[in-house]
Design a protein around this ligand. Structure first.
Ligand code: ZN
Length: 477
């Protein structure tokens, strides 16, 4: 066998065929020896190797689909009540094998393919591409303990349908466009007339369900709704709940997919009462969510630690955890990258029954590898990120202060990786990923993308090790 590096964990048998992944001259391929169904199902070219005649197959989407038909473990699945589930967004399609190496002996259910439509657009990928990258990582690592695929922040029925058609097993329905944030801060007196416009029978049934009652929470504590509070919650959230129930009933009922209700991308924090109301109304509509993502107090900004008052966070989070226990769903923590100061609270209050989503931190570790491996490339990428920050800030909310970012020209090469520990620089590189990856030279060729992929391909093990270290710090201890 003279085909470079073999990924021994990928070795698999099917019928009379033996399959494995190997990297030769920097390109990974699937090799198939023998004959039978697997040999015929995979597309590739005949090669003669010291081990005999084989077929060398590209790691493309068509072959990923064939691998999914041949090997059940290569298909994403629901988490089926697993307590700790971890979303591991992989915008480059290079990180999942590193994630699997970290968690393979842990009680963690990995949701490897996790992308929002925004991320697809910014990276120029499709859901098929995202899923295929995860399939190849699972096959490469021979990971047979089950994994998920999350169509993240889907906002329309059409997007949900597309993700289901591609085989995604978790649907995160983002209801933010149906949440009336503009009413959240309205004075009580102005809510009255709006509330009274709602159907009288609907108002009466909601009031009978929520007013004058005490809702005990499993594990301690209780919730009550005052009349003004209920009116506000109904006005802000009722349409969103109806939208979610409608999408569930038309597309998700009876489907093999975990349904997550996302109400986190809003301007104001979700109160425990609003969380209870939204989840309970979905239960009443027969559209029980598997997980719910409220917006917590303080700030969960992308790729940096929690900002806010940890004492207040703990007080409020413990009530949210009680709501989730009582109604039978798990909390989902969005923008979970690097929230090191609040992970102990999150894991203690949920007893580890929680979903945490990460994505940006995996990209930032890739950039850190570039900073070590290709300092000149990193400098170019970094300057580009700073120059294009205003554009990226149109769709990502961050509070970065460019004045805090050290002058890269004053830093030596050895100091570059540590630049990614500085919050403002971190955020700048984080939110500009799409612009960096899609940047073109004057002749239309990619400005950075190919060089980034080449460097990471060369430093594959180093990237996996960096991911293991970083994501390892996100796990319950
Ligand atoms: Zn979110």
């Amino acid at each position: 066998m003279n085909e470079g590096q073999i990924y021994w964990n990928s070795l698999a048998m099917h019928g009379g065929a033996t399959l494995f992944i190997a990297k030769n001259n920097g390109v990974k391929s699937l090799y198939v020896f023998g004959g039978g169904e697997a040999f015929n199902a995979l597309e590739g070219e005949a090669v003669t190797l010291p081990g005999g005649e084989a077929k060398r197959c590209p790691l493309n989407n068509a072959n990923a689909a064939a691998i999914r038909r041949l090997f059940p473990f290569a298909n994403p699945e629901r988490h089926k009540g697993r307590a700790f589930t971890l979303g591991l967004g992989d915008r480059l399609g290079l990180a999942s094998a590193g994630h699997l190496r970290l968690i393979r002996d842990m009680d963690v259910f990995p949701v490897l393919a996790q992308q929002s439509i925004r991320e697809l657009n910014l990276t120029g990928r499709t859901y098929d591409d995202v899923l295929s990258a995860a399939v190849w990582a699972v096959f490469q690592e021979g990971y047979r303990k089950g994994w998920g695929a999350d169509g993240d922040h889907l906002k329309t029925a059409a997007e949900v349908g597309m993700a289901l058609d591609c085989g995604f097993t978790m649907i995160t329905l983002d209801c933010s466009e149906h949440i009336r944030n503009d009413l959240a801060a309205l004075p009580d007196a102005e809510l009255w007339p709006r509330y009274n416009l709602l159907d009288a029978a609907e108002r009466a049934s909601l009031e009978a369900a929520y007013l004058g009652k005490t809702f005990p929470l499993e594990g301690g504590g209780e919730l009550t709704f005052s009349p003004p509070e209920l009116r506000r919650i109904v006005l802000v959230y009722l349409n969103a709940v109806k939208f979610a129930a409608d999408v569930y009933n038309t597309l998700l009922r009876g489907k093999d997919a975990d349904f997550e209700l996302s109400i986190d991308e809003t301007l104001t924090a979700t109160s425990p009462q609003a969380h209870y109301f939204a989840a309970n109304e979905l239960l009443e509509a027969g559209a029980a969510p598997v997980s719910v993502a409220p917006r917590f107090c303080g700030e969960f900004q992308k790729g940096i630690d929690y900002r806010g008052d940890p004492v207040e966070f703990e007080r409020e989070f413990s009530v949210h955890a009680g709501v989730a226990r009582t109604l039978g769903h798990k909390l989902s923590i969005h923008s979970g990258s690097d929230k090191f100061s609040v992970f102990p609270i999150i894991y203690r209050e949920t007893g580890g029954n929680v979903h945490v989503k990460t994505a940006g931190t995996n990209w930032l570790e890739a950039v850190r590898v570039i900073a070590r491996a290709r300092p000149e490339l990193f400098r170019e990428v970094f300057r580009f990120a700073l120059n294009n920050l205003p554009e990226a800030k149109k769709y990502y909310h961050i509070t970065e202060n460019a004045a805090n970012i050290p002058d890269i020209d004053a830093l030596g090469d050895a100091e570059l990786p540590a630049l990614l520990d500085q919050d403002d620089a971190r955020q700048a590189v984080h939110v500009t990923y799409g612009l960096i990856l899609s940047a073109k030279n004057q002749d239309g060729s990619p400005k950075f993308k190919e060089a980034i992929y080449a460097a990471l391909n060369e430093r594959e093990d180093e990237y996996y090790a960096a991911l293991a270290e970083r994501i390892g710090r996100h796990l319950p201890r």
